[in-house]
Design a protein around this ligand. Structure first.
Ligand code: HEM
Length: 121
């Protein structure tokens, strides 16, 4: 069973993304990145991305993670802040720790792209 199915499918991902961005916009370490972002569109893109990345249906049509974030020059601290906000959202929604661990592993798999780390030679 995919992590998408284990946490409860579309309803669970939608709830997680809503709580996640509510947290992100209250986090002064990273909220400024979203000042001029259309958050309704961002919610839709993130729901589609997470659904696909968690092994659910793939309807994601947005940018790849490297292209989407390159212009922001993000750091480890920014990535950690985002991960902490996602963990807090999942805990608030009573997602089991083992499932949170699996989701964080998925996030870590795109970390080098998000931080625009040059691919290994
Ligand atoms: C696991 C980590 C992350 C994932 C899976 C992720 C996912 C996404 C996705 C799917 C998009 C939409 C791409 C598109 O517009 O086509 C996006 C855009 C964006 N992300 Fe992330 N992201 C991550 C980390 C971060 C971090 C660490 C920050 C900043 C602290 C961040 C800030 C943003 C912003 C501001 C946008 C909008 C960019 C724009 O429209 O110009 N993301 N992200």
């Amino acid at each position: 069973m995919s992590i998408f199915e284990k946490i409860g499918g579309e309803a669970a991902v939608n709830a997680a993304v809503d709580v996640f961005y509510r947290n992100v916009l209250m986090d002064e370490r990273i909220s400024h990145f979203f000042d001029s972002i259309d958050m309704a569109s961002q919610h839709q893109k993130q729901k589609a991305f997470m659904t696909m990345a968690f092994g659910g249906p793939n309807h994601y049509t947005g940018a790849d993670m490297r292209k989407a974030h390159a212009h922001m020059k993000l750091t480890e601290e920014h990535f950690t802040a985002v991960a902490e906000n996602l963990i807090a959202a999942l805990k608030e929604l009573n997602v089991a720790q083992e499932h949170i661990d699996e989701i964080i592993a998925v996030c870590l798999s795109v970390k080098d792209d998000v931080l625009n780390v040059p691919p290994a030679a």
